[in-house]
Design a protein around this ligand. Structure first.
Ligand code: ADP
Length: 170
């Protein structure tokens, strides 16, 4: 199959793809978790470019170069902070995946890698987040022109298991 979604376990900063996604915060000035790992691996020029972007609203996405990363671009998207589920969190998470994929398409990327957005420090429930991620990515792959391969890069085995189950159920 030409267009596909794969779930893997690993460190997203090592991914040799056209674009990796950063689960950023709205300042785009770096943070903990995957955001910190991406900034450390990319080097200080990434923060310099991020400073020119003026932040980013939750659910939207902005692109930078990848600098020392093997990936050509970083797509920065602030995921929703979980506040019980009644503050539009599911729709905002869907928008993160959708807007990153639209940006990847604009940048003519063939391969894109995502981390599990919002399920770390932002405490979005993992099963629900995985369902949203998988369905949004699979829908997008039905009509994408450039994006052919999307990888969900899960940092730990529990996260990978939940995304595997979401893909099996999709
Ligand atoms: P958020 O603030 O959106 O919740 P976090 O970075 O805290 O973002 O967590 C999102 C997910 O990224 C978690 O599953 C976390 O374990 C994972 N993560 C942390 N470091 C990496 C990494 N280097 N590569 C891939 N995933 C990572």
């Amino acid at each position: 199959m030409k267009h596909q979604l794969n779930i893997v376990q690993g460190d997203i900063t090592k991914e040799r793809v056209d674009a990796i996604v950063n689960a950023a915060n709205t300042s785009l000035l770096g943070g903990g978790g995957v955001d910190g790992a991406i900034h450390r691996a990319a080097g200080p020029q990434l923060l310099e470019e991020c400073r020119t972007l003026g932040g980013c609203p939750t659910g939207q996405a902005k692109a930078t170069k990848g600098y020392r990363l093997p990936a050509r671009y970083v797509l920065h998207t602030p995921g929703p902070i979980w506040r019980g589920g009644t503050k539009g969190e599911p729709e905002l998470l869907r928008q993160c995946y959708q807007n990153c994929l639209a940006l990847a398409e604009e940048l003519q990327c063939k391969t894109v890698a995502f981390p599990s957005i919002s399920t770390g420090i932002y405490h979005f429930p993992l099963e629900q987040a995985a369902g949203i991620a998988v369905s949004t990515i699979l829908d997008f792959l039905k009509t994408s022109q450039f994006v052919e391969q999307v990888k969900m890069v899960c940092f730990d085995g529990r996260t990978k298991g939940v995304y595997d189950a979401a893909l099996a159920e999709a």
